[in-house]
Design a protein around this ligand. Sequence first.
Ligand code: MN
Length: 205
Amino acid sequence: MTTSARLKTYFEKRNENKTPEPFSSDDVDPNHLVFVIQKHQATALHYDFRLEFDGVMLSWAVPKGPTLDPSMKRLAMKTEEHPLDYRHFEGKIPEGQYGAGTVTIWDYGTYWPEVEENGVRKQIRSKKEAEEVLKVGLEKGELKFFLEGKKLKGSFALVKTKGFGGRNAWLLIKHKDEYTKEGFDAKDFPLSAKTQKSLEDLAAD
Ligand code: MN
């Protein structure tokens, strides 16, 4: 089954079960690229790190969550692309459905890819050019970008591992910059960046 077919089935199932429709209409911003990090208590807790690219959200599951500490590389398993407006989803995914559990919007905002020129990182702030830079980065297995979120800010990289961890294994790495925070641990900042709710609050709703 292709990625889009899997997701179509997933959303059809949601509708059949009459889960309240959490998705807004498609609201692509022509001037910005967006990202979201959804904290997801499924069978195992993980953080779904999603970057807008070409009308979808590229996705990686980060078991330990992102960090602002450059000395800690986080395993990030590439997962299925998600629809762009899935980034607004916060709430419960019912039992028996793919990803059953609870989701909070741990962080969200805009991002820009970066290129390095003479050892200096530069943000590509035109969406059209940005998507071209991202395309090359995806093929190469190395994305560099600057996040402007509520919890996370600064320069990061996602780098495909050279085989260890399987073919979907990448590493999420914070570059050294003025936003670096030694010892930053996602679990110390548990609340939704959007509603200030915890996973427990949402599970109880
Ligand atoms: Mn997930």
